[in-house]
Structures are given as C-alpha cells and as structure tokens.
Design a protein around this ligand. Sequence first.
Ligand code: HEC
Length: 144
Amino acid sequence: MNRTLVASALAAVLLPVAAQADPDLKHGSKLFHMFCSDCHKIANENGGSDPDLNGVVGRPAGSIPGFQYSAAMRASAAAGLVWTPENLDAWLLKPANFMPGTDMSFLYGFPHESDRQDLIAYIETFSPDYKPEAPAPTQPGTQP
Ligand code: HEC
C-alpha cells in the first residue's frame, strides 16, 4: 500500500503527461489469455468465435462481416465508435457501463489502469496498421 502510494507519487512527479511509460506486454498477454482468449482470437492462435481482435485498434466498432453483434454494438457502430486505445480503455474498465446492452458477458472489467494499459498495449501489437498520431476521423460537416 505504502509502496504503491510512493510509486504513484513518484510517477506523478516524473511522468506528468504519459499515462504509463512502459506497459508490460508479458502481463498484457497473461491477462489476455486469462480473460479474453476463450472468446476472442488474436495472432494465429485458436481462440473463440467472438470478434477477431487482430487489427482491432483503430477499427470501427462492430465491423467484422457476418458477426451477429448486439443492437447496442450496432448502434455504437452507427454512431461512429472506433476502437482507439482511449475507447478500449473505457470499454475494458466495465464493458456493460460503457455500452449498456452489449452481448460481451465479461462483467467485471479491469479497475486498475495499469492492467488496462498492459492489456491494450498487448492487443495493439496485433494492430500494426494503427497510427496513434492519426487525426480524429470526425470532421465537421462530413456527417451523413
Ligand atoms: C464470454 C465471451 C467474451 C469474453 C470473455 C470477452 N469478450 Fe469481448 N466480445 C464478446 C462478444 C460476444 C462481443 C460482441 C459484443 C456485442 O455485439 O455487443 C465482444 C466484443 C468485443 C470488442 C469489440 C469488437 C468489435 O468488433 O467491435 C472488443 C474490443 C472486445 N470484445 C475485447 C475483449 C477483451 C480485451 C476481452 C478480455 C478482457 C474480452 N473482449 C473478453 C465476447 C467476449
């Protein structure tokens, strides 16, 4: 407890901007294989039959052809939700709060930011086309 407090105080002093300097990919992989791979595929592994998470970072939500998404996911997709790291972070904090009515029955979420950061960094390694510095896709006046 004390150590955590000291560590976060130090991090706040040393890293005022970066959310987390050094995500732990090994830990992210461990979390993925504990909590996600029963349902989702990544890399060339055999995973579940829920949406393939290769390339998910930067991908529009609900966009795997032929997958039967929930009405909630379809509505979010229609509203333009894209799986940026920020949106994945909010989703993985508690999926059912981020998107009430989702079919993803992963109820607990990850309350610790560092867990979410490690997991997202791991998932991002399978999204080689994602460019973090790309400008936001919404442009004024281009809504349908
Ligand atoms: C019990 C099965 C299950 C587990 C466990 C699970 N998911 Fe899902 N996931 C789903 C389903 C089903 C959907 C589609 C949800 C919908 O349509 O509302 C989904 C959707 C998603 C999406 C959106 C995909 C898209 O194409 O828009 C992401 C991202 C995601 N899951 C990440 C994760 C991560 C990361 C984990 C591990 C922490 C995880 N999921 C655990 C079943 C699961």
